[in-house]
Write a protein that binds this ligand. Structure first.
Ligand SMILES: [Zn+2]
Length: 320
């Protein structure tokens, strides 16, 4: 009898669920828009519905699942298996139960980990190279990282290790979604790029044809010939390189995989410049910088990999 596993990605925009056997191949996948309210239970219900759909498509009964794993945006309360109040899910969602509702559906243990940690678990599981020291960086609605050091995926207090998107890149700079000033994410995440553009327009007086009240991150990247867009992209490249240099100095990875929609959709403007600038910023060994090998499924496949490896008694295991 095949041992089946389920992985779920709870993102700010989408919920994804996959089902697969111990090899990690994905036999079915389902997706929902992440509801923005009315409350956290609605988000949990959408997560359960996506998982049920993936099970149905795979022809797998819920009871055949050995273990599940949810990779979620933060902030997590790992002990409670819940997502706390997230700026990304709207004002009415103050907590989302993650492990309990899925555990009830699957009648199996369900572990919870942050989405960037899932990225590094996935890269370790699926990639052709799995060095003991590596990192996964996501540049998406937010910015975060998961790191493996000496063969162990670091979790940290409440799973919050390597929250590098909240590293300070400008003292007294733009206010981040978390409330603090000058964080990397405040300048370079998909959500904050439009605000960064308005800030540069106001403070540096760079002219533009962009409608600054209406733009999103995609507009900025697509208008690369516009003087303001050009300036914002140049600034982001400097911040991204500095952010990755900080990550390198903190964790000494051999490889940094970069994922997330902002990076995947604009690799020449986001990933290549990090690679090019790193040698002049890093005083230790300069790691290889690669685009993720898992596309837009890095998080959900990482969750599947976490479900599969959580029970393995080796040093690559993810501690639930
Ligand atoms: Zn922040």
């Amino acid at each position: 009898m095949t041992a089946w596993y389920a992985g779920v990605d709870l993102g700010a925009s989408n919920i994804k669920a996959v089902v697969g056997p111990e090899s990690g191949s994905v036999v079915s996948r389902a997706r929902r828009r992440t509801p923005r309210g009315p409350d956290g239970d609605a988000v949990a219900e959408a997560m359960v519905a996506a998982t049920r759909e993936a099970l149905d498509d795979a022809g797998v009964a819920p009871g055949e699942i050995v273990r599940g794993s949810v990779a979620s945006i933060g902030p997590l309360d790992k002990a409670a298996g819940e997502l706390g109040r997230s700026a990304n899910l709207g004002p009415n969602v103050d907590r989302v139960p993650l492990s309990a509702p899925l555990s009830e559906l699957l009648d199996a243990e369900v572990s919870v980990l942050n989405d960037a940690n899932a990225g590094v678990v996935g890269e370790r599981f699926y990639a052709d190279r799995t060095p003991d020291d590596m990192a996964y960086l996501t540049i998406s609605s937010g910015i975060g990282a998961g790191v493996a050091v000496d063969g162990r995926v670091l979790s940290g207090w409440d799973g919050n290790a390597a929250e590098v998107g909240h590293n300070t890149v400008e003292i007294g700079g733009l206010t981040c979604g978390c409330g603090a000033d000058g964080h990397w994410e405040a300048y370079c995440s998909g959500t904050n790029i439009p605000r960064h553009a308005r800030h540069v327009h106001e403070t540096e007086g760079v002219p533009t044809d962009l409608d600054l009240d209406e733009i999103d991150a995609k507009d900025v990247f697509e208008a690369a010939d516009d003087p303001l867009a050009e300036r914002v992209i140049e600034r982001m490249q400097a911040y991204n390189a500095a952010g990755v240099a900080d990550l390198v100095h903190a964790y000494a990875p051999l490889v940094v995989y970069v994922g997330g929609a902002v990076a995947r959709n604009n690799p020449e403007q986001v990933v290549d410049p990090i690679r090019e600038r790193l040698p002049e910023l890093v005083m230790t060994n300069v790691p290889e910088v690669r685009l993720t090998s898992l596309g837009d499924e890095a998080t959900v496949r990482g969750a599947l990999a976490a479900a599969i490896t959580a029970g393995r008694n080796d040093r690559s295991q993810l501690r639930p």
